[in-house]
Design a protein. Sequence first.
Length: 152
Amino acid sequence: MSVEQRSAARLAIVQALYQMEVAGKGINEIFAEFEVHWIGREIEGVQYKPAELQFFRDILRGVLDNQQKIDRELDAALAGGWPLQRIEAVMRAILRAGAYELQNRADIPARVVIKEYVDVAGAFFGPVESGMINAVLDRLARQARPDQFEAK
């Protein structure tokens, strides 16, 4: 699959996690909604790019299956004891998806994962929030994959 399709999948994952949290929708409903109505379609003048569906499903299911563990790790990684639950819902979705990928998708370099989710953050927020996403995911990446950050 192309880089663009993976990027589109990450954006859809964040939107799906947000929908699940805010609207209380289940995973099967979300899969159906996103795969039939969002991914690769135009909605209200916005063209949603084709996304790698297998990647979308893998990351979304992985986040949900491991959410308690991910949330504990994010709580520990957040600066100054700022709990994950106090963070805005879209930012929470970005952090959860990024944390899952860093911990479970060794086939994707850590720096690529971080950059992709910082780019997703940039679609919703300004530089301060994107910088916070970058800092938290970088902290998690250095714990999960220290070999990718050793000094050369």
